[in-house]
Design a protein around this ligand. Structure first.
Ligand code: NDP
Ligand SMILES: O=C(O)C1=N[C@H](C(=O)O)C[C@H](O)C1
Length: 266
């Protein structure tokens, strides 16, 4: 069996460490290198005690891809470096599986064009948890009947981007089926800036950041005399790993960019 050769960017992080544990459990995946911003040339098991994998750490993506034969890059870093890594991987014929959130629409458009031009598969998934993917699909369905909707996302306080990638994706999916609509009183005024949250096409996104939280979202629909709430909670980052493995397998069969795990679920 030919194993899929994987590079993990962000291997010591909360998600990266789970990805390494997932790779360790799979017979068909091989960790061939790690990409970090420190510990150049060290082995990952020398600097992280949660893994026995002994892949070498690189701190420069081009150097890494010049020296290692890789099929897939799993990126779980920061918006700035995630974008750079994804672009460089495509340019080098390595397929990115990207969990990193916070990319702009322009960056997503550029990566989409580049993947098409190079014929390289890319999967960018704002949320790899299957329950979260279903939550987004259920929300899209409900929005057909309930156009008044607010999204409340709650995350740990180390998160860099707000709103979350999941909330942005949920709003995009809802936008596909909902007429643009300004919600609340037509003359409402914020007496404290930001009180009504971020505005996407008239619907609102509220972002909470607190210690103790992992990743949680509620999509609340309102209509006369009733409310519908669709809610998902990730209590542990293991919840994302089924989706990461699925994306690694599927990206090998793609020659374009797919945004959202729902597009590869059967
Ligand atoms: N799609 C999904 O399902 C999910 C996506 N995410 C997203 O994944 C990303 C990572 O999240 P999380 O693991 O919680 O964050 P962490 O901060 O725990 O991990 C990020 C890791 O990346 C490292 N890093 C920083 N800069 C670089 C660089 N230039 N090259 C390589 N590594 C670098 C950090 O190192 P150091 O700590 O030294 O700074 C850290 O170890 C975020 O964008 C988050 O939103 C998170 C959960 C689920
Ligand atoms: O930073 C996180 O933790 C998460 N980020 C992703 C997002 O921005 O939606 C996915 C999940 O919510 C966890």
């Amino acid at each position: 069996m030919n194993k899929i050769r994987v590079v993990v960017a962000g291997p010591r992080g909360k998600m990266g460490s789970e990805a390494l544990k997932m790779i360790e459990r799979q017979d068909d995946l091989e960790l061939v290198a790690c990409l970090d911003h420190k510990f150049e040339g060290r082995k990952i098991n020398e600097v992280a005690d949660f893994t026995s994998l002994d892949a070498i750490i690189f701190t420069d993506i081009q150097d890494c891809l010049d020296n290692v034969q890789a099929d897939v890059l799993i990126d779980l870093t920061t918006p700035e470096y995630g974008y750079l890594h994804t672009k460089t991987a495509i340019e080098n014929g390595v397929r990115p599986v990207v969990g990193t959130t916070g990319f702009t629409e322009d960056q997503l458009d550029e990566l989409t064009e580049l993947s098409e031009e190079k014929g390289i598969g890319v999967i960018i998934a704002p949320n790899f948890a299957l329950g979260a993917v279903l939550m987004m699909q259920f929300a899209k369905w409900a929005a057909k009947y309930f156009p008044d909707v607010e999204i409340i996302e709650k995350h740990h306080d180390n998160k860099l981007d707000a709103p979350s990638g999941t909330a942005v994706k949920t709003a995009q999916l809802i936008k596909e089926v909902r007429e643009p609509k300004k919600q609340g009183h037509p003359e409402e005024k914020e007496t404290i800036e930001g009180a009504r949250g971020a505005d996407v096409d008239g619907m609102r996104i509220h972002s909470m950041r607190l210690p103790g939280l992992v990743a949680h979202q509620e999509v609340v629909f309102g209509a006369k005399g009733e409310n519908l709430t669709i809610k998902h909670d990730s209590f542990h980052r293991e919840s994302f790993m089924t989706g990461v493995k699925l994306a690694v397998d599927q990206v090998m069969k793609l020659d374009l960019l797919v945004y959202g795990l729902e597009n590869i679920l059967e």
